[in-house]
Design a protein around this ligand. Structure first.
Ligand code: PEP
Length: 253
């Protein structure tokens, strides 16, 4: 079956107005394959600027905007937090949730991530749910247990049917920002496990969920990774800050 392919850019706490201008004008002439969407996730203060620049420059409807986090609460006394409504008002359509940096640096548990996924869906945003094992978890053979423990609370919270609106990004923690990429075969094997895990809850839904690979994807390794049967695109960190390299990655999906 043909699944939606997605290349998502996670700018993390990088970039600003200059990069937005450069990226939008660079992406205007990128050649995307059929069925590929690109989601750019700048820091929240820049979402509106990206949306306006993209509109003024006439970026095609294959380009979407995403945020890097959202509150699990609808509104209220949560200083420093950003709600789903606020993200929607500034044209965000996606939100990255459960990124390993949020899990490790900001102590986001899988239960909290599940609540955020629920809030995002209720607020009309598509979650890009990140899961992944650490290096020691992989070397001690715990990868599948860890991934299952990250996925199950979300399935329990929203129900498997709602995964029709969820994108899952498999990001081995040891590959994020390290230059160490999972081999295409290793990434495929893990993606296959994730799809099978979802299929245990619902076979048809599992077939449709886009599974992205993230972790040191670059212009040189993207093609082989994206060619794997269960890899439907990528979540790109460092390489998404370089316009020419990001364009190569978008075209490879
Ligand atoms: C990320 O942070 O989501 C990521 C995949 O980063 P990088 O591509 O730099 O490894």
């Amino acid at each position: 079956m043909t699944r939606q392919a997605i290349v998502a850019a996670n700018w993390k706490m990088n970039g600003g107005l200059t990069l937005i201008d450069e990226m939008v004008s660079g992406l205007k002439d990128v050649k995307l394959n059929h069925n590929v969407d690109v989601v750019v996730c700048p820091s929240s203060p820049y979402l509106m600027a990206f949306a306006l620049t993209a509109k003024n420059e006439g970026l095609s409807e294959n380009f979407h905007l995403g945020a890097q986090n959202v509150s699990e609460h609808e509104k209220g006394a949560y200083t420093g937090e950003i709600s789903t409504n606020m993200l929607q008002e500034v044209s965000a359509e996606y939100v990255i949730l459960g990124h390993s940096e949020r899990r490790s640096l900001y102590k986001e548990t899988s239960t909290l991530v599940a609540h955020k996924v629920k809030a995002a869906l209720a607020g009309g945003l598509k979650p890009i749910l990140c899961i992944g094992e650490s290096e020691s978890e992989r070397t001690t053979g715990q990868t599948e247990v860890v991934l299952a423990a990250q996925l199950q609370p979300v399935i329990d919270e929203i129900g498997i049917e709602k995964f029709n609106e969820v994108v899952v990004a498999y990001e081995p923690v040891w590959a994020i920002g390290t230059g160490k990429t999972a081999s295409p075969a290793m990434a495929q094997e893990t993606h296959q496990f994730i799809r099978q895990f979802l299929a245990n809850a619902d076979v048809e839904v599992a077939k449709r969920v886009p599974l992205l690979y993230g972790g040191s994807v670059n212009a040189a390794n993207c093609e082989e990774l994206f060619a794997q049967a269960d890899i439907d695109g990528g979540l790109i960190g460092g390489a998404s800050l370089k316009v020419d390299e990001f364009k190569v990655i978008c075209s490879a999906a």
